[in-house]
Design a protein around this ligand. Structure first.
Ligand SMILES: *Cc1c(COP(=O)(O)O)cnc(C)c1O
Length: 421
C-alpha cells in the first residue's frame, strides 16, 4: 500500500526532503531546549488524521456546523481527561497556542486597562505576561515583581506591598525561564487580600504537574491554570485553559467566539491522546526522571564551575550565566553547541546588561532528552561535553571530535515517533 509519506515524496520532493532532514537532525542531535519535546507516535498519527478536515466552531452539543458526531466525542474526551489529570472543574482545550490561551484568559476575565501583577520578563516571565512589544502589554497595565538572582527567591513582603498599592485584578505566576518551583500559597494569600484572581501559566511544567512530579496550583485554590500541550506534556502544539467552574462560561466565550474561529480538531484529538498517556505510571516515571536528570545535569555543571542563575534547579530547566562561567555571550555559546549537535537557546538573565539577541546566558532543559530514555549517567556525560565546548569554543578539532561522539551516543536513543512510517 502507498503510504501518505510516499505520496508526499512523489508530489512534493522539496518538502519531503526537508521533512527527512528534520528527522535526521532530531535523531542525530541532543535536544536541550527546555520548551521542546518529542511527542508520542500516536499523537503524530492523530495530528495527521482526517480530523484536520473538519470545521467545528462552537462547543460539543452546540456547534455552528453539522457532522459533529465524532468531533464532539473527542473534544468531550479531551476536556474530561484534562479535568481528571489536573484535578480541576473546567477545561477549554481549543486555544490554538499558548499565547492565544493566555490572551483568552486576560480578555475573558478582565477589562482593558486592568492591572495584572506578573514577573519581570528578564527574571523569567513570558512575552505574553505583558512584554511592552506584545499587544497584551499595551492593553493591560502590568505591574512587575522580580526574583533574587542568587537563590531565585521572591520577596513576598515586597509583592504584598506592591499588591496593596496597585490593587491588581489578577496575580500571575508560572514562568518561561525560572528554574525554581513556585510558592503558590503565598501568591494565593496576597491575591485574596486584594481580591485578585489567581492564575498560573504552567506552560513549561504542565506535564510535570500532570505527572505528579510538581505541585498543582489547584491544590492551593488557584482560579485559573493555563498550559501549553507541546512542552513537558509531550502533546501536539496547542494550549489549554483549566479553571474553576465559576469562570467556565467567561473562559469559553472568550476563546470562542471572542478570540478564535474554528478549533483545530486534529490537535484536540491529539490532546485527548496525550492526556490518556499522562494518566499512566509510565508518564509519572517520565516526569520524575525529568527532574532527576535536571538536578543531575545542574550539579554536574556546577561541579565544573559553571555559574547557574539561582544556583541550581527545582524543575526541568537551568539557566547558565555563560558570561560569568566561560566569558562567552549566550549567542556564541548557543552557536558553539550547535556545531556539536547539542541544541540549547540563548537566554536573557535577570537584569541582563546585554541585548536579547546577545544575552548573557543559555537555557538548558531535560524534557526531550528524558523522552529518549537518557538518565543520570547520560547527564554527567552531557555536562562534560557542554563544559569542554564552552571552555574551548575555537578549538575546531575538539569540537569535531565531540560532534562525532554526540552522533554516536544518539544512536542508543531512538526518537519516539521517528522511523515508524
Ligand atoms: C511557551 C510559553 C507560552 C506560549 O506558548 P506558544 O505556544 O509558544 O504561544 C506562554 N507562556 C509561557 C510561560 C510559555 O513558556
Amino acid at each position: 500500500m502507498t503510504s501518505n509519506l510516499d505520496i508526499l515524496e512523489q508530489q512534493d520532493p522539496d518538502v519531503f526532503s526537508a521533512l527527512r532532514g528534520e528527522e535526521a537532525r532530531q535523531t542525530t542531535g541532543i535536544e536541550l531546549i527546555p520548551s521542546e519535546n518529542y511527542t508520542f507516535p500516536e499523537v503524530l498519527a492523530t495530528l495527521g488524521s482526517v480530523f484536520t478536515n473538519k470545521y467545528s466552531e462552537g462547543y460539543p452539543g452546540r456547534r455552528y456546523y453539522g457532522g459533529q458526531e465524532f468531533t464532539d466525542q473527542i473534544e468531550n474526551l479531551a476536556r474530561d481527561r484534562a479535568k481528571q489529570v489536573f484535578r480541576c472543574e473546567h477545561a477549554n482545550v481549543q486555544p490554538l497556542s499558548g499565547s492565544a490561551m493566555n490572551q483568552a484568559v486576560y480578555l475573558g476575565l478582565l477589562e482593558p486597562g486592568d492591572t495584572i501583577m506578573a514577573m519581570d520578563l528578564s527574571h523569567g516571565g513570558h512575552l505574553t505576561h505583558g512584554a511592552p512589544v506584545s499587544h497584551m502589554g499595551k492593553l493591560f497595565n502590568f505591574v512587575r515583581y522580580i526574583t533574587n538572582p542568587v537563590d531565585g527567591s521572591i520577596d513576598f513582603d515586597k509583592v504584598r506591598a506592591d499588591a496593596l498599592e496597585h490593587k491588581p485584578k489578577m496575580v500571575l505566576c508560572g514562568y518561561t525561564s525560572y528554574p525554581r518551583d513556585v510558592d503558590y500559597q503565598k501568591f494565593k494569600d496576597i491575591a485574596d487580600e486584594v481580591g485578585a484572581i489567581t492564575m498560573t501559566d504552567a506552560s513549561h511544567f504542565g506535564g510535570l504537574v500532570a505527572g505528579g512530579a510538581m505541585k498543582n496550583p489547584f491544590d492551593f485554590g488557584f482560579d485559573v491554570v493555563t498550559t501549553t500541550t507541546h512542552k513537558s506534556l509531550r502533546g501536539p502544539r496547542g494550549g489549554m485553559v483549566l479553571c474553576k467552574k465559576e469562570f467556565a462560561s467567561k473562559i469559553d466565550k472568550s476563546v470562542f467566539p471572542g478570540l478564535q474561529g474554528g478549533p483545530h480538531m486534529n490537535a484536540i484529538a491529539a490532546i485527548a491522546v496525550t492526556l490518556k498517556r499522562a494518566m499512566t505510571q509510565e508518564f509519572k516515571d517520565y516526569a520524575e526522571q525529568v527532574l532527576v536528570n535536571s538536578k543531575t545535569l545542574a550539579s554536574s555543571l556546577m561541579e565544573r564551575q559553571a555559574s547557574l542563575i539561582t544556583g541550581g534547579t527545582d524543575n526541568h530547566m537551568m539557566v547558565v550565566d555563560t558570561v560569568a562561567s566561560y566569558g562567552l555571550d549566550g549567542r556564541v555559546a548557543e552557536e558553539t553547541l550547535d556545531k556539536v549537535h547539542i541544541t540549547t537557546n540563548k537566554q536573557i538573565i535577570p537584569d541582563d546588561p546585554n541585548p536579547p539577541l546577545r544575552p548573557s546566558g543559555i537555557r538548558i532543559g531535560t524534557p526531550a532528552a528524558t523522552a529518549r530514555g537518557m538518565n543520570e549517567g547520560d547527564m554527567k556525560q552531557l555536562a562534560e561535553w557542554l563544559d569542554k565546548c564552552l571552555r574551548a569554543p575555537e578549538d575546531e578539532a575538539s569540537l569535531k571530535a565531540i560532534r562525532d561522539d554526540v552522533i554516536g551516543f544518539c544512536e542508543q536513543f531512538p526518537v519516539p515517533g521517528i522511523g515508524n512510517d
